[in-house]
Design a binder for this molecule. Sequence first.
Ligand SMILES: Cc1ncc(COP(=O)(O)O)c(C=O)c1O
Length: 433
Amino acid sequence: MNKDKLSKAIGNSPEANSSVTWSNNLKRGRVPGPRMKENKMLPDTLGGSTIAVHGGTYEDPITGAVGTPIFQSSTFNFSKHTYDSFAQGLIRDIPTYTRYGNPTVWSTQEKISQLENAESTILFSSGMSAITTTLVGLTNRGGHIISSFDVYGGTYNFLREDIHQLGRETTLVDGTDLAAVDAAIKPNTQVLFFETLSNPLLKALPLRGLASLAKARNLLLVVDNTFLSPICLRPLDEGVDIVLHSCSKYMNGHSDLIAGSVSGSRKYVDRIWSQMLKFGGNVNPLSAFLLERGLKTLALRMQAHVSNSKQLAAFLANHPKVTRVHHPSLPNYEYPWIQEYCRNGYGGMVSFEVKGGNEAALALLTHLKIPLVATSLGGVESLISLPFNTSHSFLTEKQRQQIGIMPGLIRLSVGVENIQDLTADFDTALGQI
Ligand SMILES: Cc1ncc(COP(=O)(O)O)c(C=O)c1O
């Protein structure tokens, strides 16, 4: 290819410049989205429940359908607009192929962006896909990631077993200890990655301190906000760069799909999107539709989770068979800074230890009638599990105790059932162990 042809192909010949205005213009604006004119845009002064119901919804101009349609199509007709958009560098903003983007997926993304106060969101096929794609997309070979010992097991395994194969190093610290995070920073550190509320001990991050540290040291702060949802905490408002979720939990709320999301400024989310294109972890349109439907009740559900978990934590803390309860609403909670940034309570998770260790905890599970014994969290139904034989079974007893997972520890995702029924069920079951 001769030089002129090459410059034309990459868009910097005088001829190309006449129609392609962006290629040499480093100041070119980044548009929020992707979004379509059919997506309902709401002022950010509206409350979370209004945004959850209406934000982003695709208002179909042909049928007037109240719900967002499912665009079950892998590919889309090219038009002059498609080619013009390619030429303008707007490939993420037009429908071409569903791995790149899809109108149903964009509608759900837009709802999440409005809930998170983010410029842009990407949906993924799972929370793990969101996490792995983000960590690879925001770092380079030779880069360094600081994270925590007690992140979700899948994340921990990826950081320990896989990411070094891609040339990134990691250091695991206690994310609630600002000085420890500061001490772990190296010249090649690029990303700090933590969970806003940890599993299963519900330790809260010193979020504002971490955001200032990240800014001062020119690092990206990425948080997994799965346990709190944007109704309780909007991390971007606190100075975080990227917030992600396992949408399989509170965001969807019905324990019937697996998905993930990543939200932040368009600049960083675009980088993660181009990594997503290569790893291929896009969500499918049907799951995006189900997620948008679930999100409509997010604020309502979170109110019930917050209120039920607070009442159940108080009940358990006063029960003679319970030796310890971990919940941010209790007076002995060791991470008080959560009150600075949690706007509407602390989600619906409670963990507690019973007298008699793991044997008594296992017995309790068999006596309970309402909570289902299952892993996962954030559904309308209460779910209960024991970290020692589920999420943390890969650690030895000694390692579990070192990170504070004592024998008899139970993890409970409090659902939206009637609180008197839940309390009575726990009272009866505890009486039987
Ligand atoms: C805090 C947290 N992050 C991420 C994940 C992974 O999400 P998914 O199961 O949707 O891949 C989970 C799953 O349990 C989780 O609890």
